[in-house]
Design a protein around this ligand. Structure first.
Ligand SMILES: [Zn+2]
Length: 78
């Protein structure tokens, strides 16, 4: 390898929000992630919505999960 044209490649740690730490080789240092193989629902089999800051709830209110149920009731009375 030529010197000084390659990024510095060394060992680093990836820290997940769930607390899992991975030791990997990378050109970056101290990577932080919010989800990883240990806590991702696909791997854990646990159904949970990753909802930081109530975004899912606001989406539901805005785009009619609650509204849609009310309309269904009203049309059923006719
Ligand atoms: Zn994780």
């Amino acid at each position: 390898m030529k010197e000084k044209i390659h990024p510095e490649y060394g060992k680093t740690t990836i820290t997940c929000a769930c607390g899992a730490v991975y030791h990997v080789g990378s050109t970056k240092k101290n990577i932080r992630v919010e989800i990883c193989a240990k806590c991702h629902p696909f791997f854990t089999g646990v159904q949970k919505i990753v909802d930081s800051g109530g975004r899912v709830e606001r989406f539901r209110q805005k785009y009619g999960y609650i509204q849609g149920e009310q309309e269904a009731k009203e049309s059923g009375n006719r």
